[in-house]
Design a protein around this ligand. Structure first.
Ligand code: PAF
Length: 280
């Protein structure tokens, strides 16, 4: 695996690859990789000749009160996992390279960035779209793969790519779950043993809500009862919304592609998950 920490060196390497007609796949990450990330690499690998991954703990996507220093950094272990998974190129830039002195530009996708997770984490999605746009401009991939667990993030990135006419195939990879149903996330590392027993209640509640939707129960009641279930299990729900999976607006009775979005606090962690499905 080739490792680059400067933009110029990475660009030079990728230009050579592109000249040879190679198709570039890209998986941006903040490191602390788990099986979910590795499935993204696998998906990118199946569709490209050269897979590039980046590890960059992006300061602009941490909102007020969120501690960037606390974010787990496991670079050596991440490198080993990437090599095992067959990743070809790793980009690990410094903060000063991605946000050089004097830079003034932010990329912001209106409306959907302000809802749900955006409402609780002010400026978070502007930080995500800004860094992903910068990384796309550096790597210029043919295909980029993102996890479906961050469903709102994925929808916002798709919107950005479409609105800014980026010629990149943005793909979703399925959420990777533990046997308990808990979606894999770097944030699970913040959970105690006891909290790890409570956390699967999120997926349980999602599957319960899906059944209730398919049985045509009232949407408002499902959302209210789901929050009560989460509270009863020992979580503190932030939101639980039944949405149109394409627009992320509240679902109407005519919508068929549905996503249920949930965020809940558990100890010092804020966990998110979702379930998307077709309703006949
Ligand atoms: O999903 C993530 O890990 C991050 O938000 C991303 C897309 C790598 C941007 O920093």
């Amino acid at each position: 695996m080739h490792i680059f920490d400067t933009i110029d060196a990475l660009r030079e390497h990728l230009n050579q690859q592109k000249k040879q007609g190679k198709r570039i796949g890209f998986v941006p990450t903040m490191g602390n990789l788990h099986k979910g990330h590795l499935s993204l690499i696998k998906q990118a690998k199946a569709q490209s000749d050269v897979v590039v991954s980046s590890i960059f703990v992006n300061p602009t996507q941490f909102s007020k009160g969120e501690d960037i220093e606390r974010y787990p950094r496991t670079l050596e272990q991440d490198q080993t996992l990437l090599i095992e998974q067959g990743c070809d190129v790793l980009f690990i830039p410094e903060v000063q390279s991605m946000y050089p002195k004097g830079e003034l530009t932010r990329v912001s996708v209106k409306d959907i960035s302000a809802k749900y997770c955006g409402a609780s984490r002010e400026g978070h999605f502007d930080g995500v779209t800004t860094i992903v746009c910068k990384l796309f401009n550096i790597v210029q991939p043919d295909v980029a793969v993102f996890g479906s667990k961050d469903f709102q993030q994925l929808a916002i990135i798709r919107h950005m790519a479409k609105d800014l006419m980026m010629n990149i195939d943005i793909q979703a990879a399925p959420t990777f779950r533990a046997d308990s149903g808990l979606a894999l996330s770097s944030r699970n590392g913040y959970l105690s043993e006891e909290e790890l027993d409570i956390a699967p209640a999120i997926y349980k509640t999602l599957t319960w809500a899906k059944e209730a939707i398919l049985n045509n129960q009232s949407q408002a009641k499902i959302e209210k009862d789901a929050k009560a279930k989460l509270t009863e299990a020992g979580l503190k729900p932030d939101y639980f919304h039944i949405c149109n999976a394409d627009t992320l607006q509240a679902a109407t009775k005519d919508d068929t592609h549905i996503v249920i979005l949930v965020a809940a606090y558990l100890g010092s962690a804020r966990l998110i998950d979702n379930l998307n499905f077709e309703k006949q």
